[in-house]
Design a protein around this ligand. Structure first.
Ligand code: NAD
Length: 434
């Protein structure tokens, strides 16, 4: 089939490349000229395992194209995916200006029946006004359908998730569009769920709000364990073996970040509020997560009350391993707290260093590896559980630190082991060694 994907970011580029890999002709469109020029030269704008291989292969084969021309994208394809960003506005609501801009362009260039698919995460009812806008602004009277197909890929495993989705949601009441999209998604061999458009739009927010709730729930259990005794990892195992609960998303840590959970939890509470409903559970999740991001520096301050003039190492900047994405990353809150307290920061991340430089500029020192970051610092804070941070040479770490203080935001190390090695060790929801 002939497809256009508008917005060549984490979702658009990965989806476009995967649809091309399955034999479709795909045009990826973006307004970012540098991004498109880079892609034509084989430069990936994001880090995502396995992505470069499929992009290169399909680009060379000619069934994956990159352009800044939405006109070409609209005219040459029958199916147009909208995969542009929908970031948070000041008030927490989703900024839909990019979606609107794309809808206007589609209206301008439509030249026959099109299926316009919203893959971006958008509030319930967005499909209605996208449909209305295209209807009103197109000059001719071409038939088209606006469908909601929310995306569930996870950064860091986006290619695998796209190729093997748990389910595909097709939100439309048009049988014509549903049949075509069934055929398009058949090769994924995943269950296809047909819903109305509102339900499809809500499914995405409900899924993210639920997962975020699970994370905040276990983080709060961890915070209580720290006060009562007990080990949150044991608790998580104990409840996670219950099939009704499941063991996924029950790892206590430093709070969720990234491009989705923070903005989507805020957007769903905002949507509810606009309709006169106070979404108490998710409002609390947002608040709990904000506080959770501050817990590591609080723990550090128990050992180093005055951080002014101290140098602290931060391991891990990306919001999670296997990505360079630092949007809403807990590391940002932690580094901000450290700098505000007058500390100096030495940081290292296996992939996100370039991204970090765009954010922190000269405010922190960028190191070439974990040990370089740790050397001559008063304490280490482990923020992102990259594999290489889970297997550090602890004797070397202890030697390099001026004080053997280790704040582990991801429970990567064994409490007893850290005690034996003489560390002052704080983790999340487990006994402190001090
Ligand atoms: P992104 O910021 O990585 O990419 C968005 C792209 O859209 C950018 O390259 C930008 O230049 C481009 N763009 C903006 N306006 C445009 C326009 N008018 N025309 C053409 N291109 C335009 O965003 P993302 O992370 O891929 O997210 C996209 C959407 O998918 C969001 O709604 C997000 O919530 C949702 N989503 C993201 C993920 C994820 O893990 N990143 C997962 C599921 C759903």
């Amino acid at each position: 089939m002939k497809l256009t994907v508008v917005g060549t970011g984490y979702v658009g580029l990965v989806s476009g490349a995967c649809f091309a890999e399955l034999g479709n002709d795909v045009i990826c469109v973006d307004i970012d000229q540098e991004k498109i020029a880079g892609l034509k030269d084989g430069v990936m704008p994001i880090y995502e395992p396995g992505l470069k291989e499929i992009v290169d292969r399909n680009y060379e084969h000619g069934n994956l194209k990159f352009t800044t021309s939405l006109e070409a994208g609209v005219k040459e394809s029958d199916i147009i995916f909208i995969a542009v960003g929908t970031p948070s506005q000041e008030d927490g609501g989703a900024d839909l200006s990019a979606v609107k801009a794309v809808a206007q362009d589609i209206a301008q260039y439509i030249n026959g029946y099109k299926i316009v698919i919203d893959k971006s995460t958008v509030p319930v009812g967005t499909g209605d006004w996208v449909e209305e806008l295209i209807e009103q602004q197109q000059e001719a009277d071409y038939d088209f359908d606006v469908v909601s197909c929310p995306e569930f890929l996870r950064e860091g495993s986006a290619v695998a998730d796209t190729m093997h989705p748990d389910r595909v949601i097709i939100g439309t009441e048009s049988k014509k569009a549903a049949d075509i999209l069934d055929e398009l998604h058949q090769p994924f061999e995943a269950p296809i769920l047909h819903t109305d458009r509102y339900s499809a739009e809500m499914i995405k927010y409900a899924a993210n709000a639920f997962l975020a709730t699970k994370i905040s729930f276990i983080n709060e259990i961890a915070n209580i364990c720290e006060r009562t005794g007990g080990d949150v990892a044991e608790v998580a195992k104990g409840i996670g073996t219950d099939h009704r609960i499941s063991d996924k998303f029950l790892r206590a840590g430093v709070g969720f970040g990234g491009a989705c959970f923070p903005k989507d939890t805020k957007a769903i509470t905002k949507t509810a509020q606009e309709r006169g409903y106070d979404f108490k559970v998710v409002n609390s999740v947002v608040e709990a997560n904000k506080l959770q991001k501050q817990t590591l520096v609080k723990k550090l301050k128990r050992e180093v009350p005055n951080l002014a003039g101290q140098t602290i190492s931060v391991l891990g900047l990306a919001f999670k391993p296997n990505t360079d994405d630092m949007r809403e990353a807990p590391s940002r809150t932690i580094i901000k707290q450290l700098l505000e307290a007058g500390a100096q920061v030495k940081a290292y991340d296996p992939i996100a260093m370039e991204e970090a430089q765009g954010i922190f500029a000269d405010d922190i020192q960028y190191c070439k590896n974990a040990y370089d970051a740790i050397e001559d610092t008063a304490a280490v804070i482990l923020v992102t559980e990259w594999d290489e941070f889970q297997d550090l040479d602890l004797d070397r770490v202890a030697e390099l630190l001026t004080n053997p203080i280790f704040i582990d935001g991801r429970n990567c190390y064994d409490v007893e082991e850290m005690k034996k090695r003489g560390f002052t060790y704080y983790s999340v929801g487990r006994p402190a060694v001090n």
